[in-house]
Design a protein around this ligand. Structure first.
Ligand code: TYD
Length: 220
């Protein structure tokens, strides 16, 4: 079972991944966590290029292909073997990030993105995607605070440097994807405490994996 977490900058996904995996393991299921871009040796090199704020003139299609290169390596080296072992995989960002960032925000046709995925990866859709939704101004303020506090690498701010409209398009792109595939997506309100978000996330995962529901959870 492949579960992906998505959201704009500062939505808080990254801090939710490990607690969610801990919840799955406590219920007796083997679970690994991973992320994009940069979960493999090759991917870490690609990530450095993709997030480098000095790379100001990257062509959007070149950017798309770098994310896809990272993904193919990641799927073949990490995700597919884990799924074959019967493990639950929780991945911080995946194909919907490409549809939201390179598609909705950069303007590449979603059909091209989907066709490329179909060519280089068979069966690439996750079974559950949780979108942690948050207003752009809240997310960007959190993301920049993390950079200023040194919790986030200042060499990885190429996307934070994009303007407010860019991030609004990413957010709307995600919400449109969620509306189009209500079976696969669950949307959680990220503008709350990490504990509240974690409880909703656990409830959504429990529902999909048929695990006992955590106390106080709820989803929409
Ligand atoms: P990362 O530091 O992992 O950010 P976050 O903690 O917000 O997940 O950086 C990943 C960046 O790459 C993020 O700005 C979103 C972007 N991205 C894409 O544009 N397309 C993609 O396909 C993926 C996976 C990420």
């Amino acid at each position: 079972m492949l579960i992906t977490l998505e959201g704009i900058e500062g939505a808080g996904k990254s801090s939710q991944v490990e607690p969610a995996a801990g919840f799955v393991r406590a219920a007796g299921r083997a679970c690994i966590t991973t992320r994009e871009p940069g979960a493999t040796d090759l991917g870490r090199r690609i990530r450095r290029i993709l997030l480098d704020p000095a790379c100001t003139d990257m062509n959007p299609r070149a950017e798309l292909l770098l994310y896809l290169a990272d993904r193919v390596q990641h799927v073949e080296q990490v995700i597919r073997p884990a799924l074959a072992r019967g493990q639950v995989v929780i991945c911080d960002r995946y194909v919907d990030a490409t549809l939201a960032y390179q598609g909705a925000a950069r303007g590449i046709a979603p059909q091209l993105i989907e066709r490329l995925h179909a060519i280089v990866l068979d069966d690439w859709r996750p079974e559950l995607t949780v979108l942690i939704d948050i207003p752009v101004e809240v997310g960007l303020a959190r993301a920049w605070n993390a950079v200023h506090r040194g919790e986030r690498n200042g060499d990885e701010t190429r996307f934070e440097n994009e303007n407010r409209n860019f991030h609004e398009r990413v957010r709307q792109g995600y919400l449109d994807l969620a509306a189009r595939e209500p079976q696969r997506f669950r949307v959680i309100d990220g503008n709350r405490t990490p504990g509240e978000v974690a409880r909703d996330l656990q409830a959504v995962i429990a529902d999909r994996l048929h695990l006992p529901c955590p106390d106080g959870g709820g989803n929409r």
